[in-house]
Design a protein around this ligand. Sequence first.
Ligand code: ATP
Ligand code: MG
Length: 193
Amino acid sequence: MTRERLGLMGGTFDPVHIGHLVAASTARVALQLDRVLLVVAGDPWQKHDTVVAPAEARYEMVLAACDGTDGIEASRIELERAGLTYTIDTVEELRRPEREIFVIVGADVVRTLDTWHRVDELRDLVTLAVVDREHAAPRALPEGWRAEHVAMPGLDVSSSDLRLRIAAGQPVDFLIPSPAVRVLRARGLYTSG
Ligand code: ATP
Ligand code: MG
């Protein structure tokens, strides 16, 4: 039996940008993943105070950004679940005997892994795919995990920075795929503060 190789890339996607998308598609090809789900966090516990856009708006932007891209999909799984968003719950919901799960994270996230909910269980269930990120330790692989490094061209883009750019009236075209820019413009997101 060949097992499906499923990638999960969680994020707040507030908003989605090319860093997320290039990371997902690079990991997909590098690790021969059948699909990568961009898992939009509903109520992310790490970012309780800083998330700006409603979950449905963040999901709509991710959906628009992935449209027509083979093997990269927007996932609502964490939006359908009440309460705080934890990766372990998503992994438990999606795990099947015939499926191997890869959790894709940027290198900046590696240093926070120890604080994740039920991390000991998560470590046993998934392979971590660590994608290079600007300003994060290069080739950072955490100890005790099944982990793969994914090399990717450095893209110095972050949602925090994009929110500031939009608020300042600066362009974000091409940093965010145009279908997603249309969504955020139509909803008037990030224009103040
Ligand atoms: P924020 O600035 O609000 O934290 P972000 O740009 O870091 O936003 P997140 O939603 O926090 O985006 O990130 C989701 C995932 O995408 C994380 O694993 C993060 O490391 C990864 N990621 C985000 N931007 C990049 C990038 N430019 N290159 C590689 N990985 C990235
Ligand atoms: Mg981040």
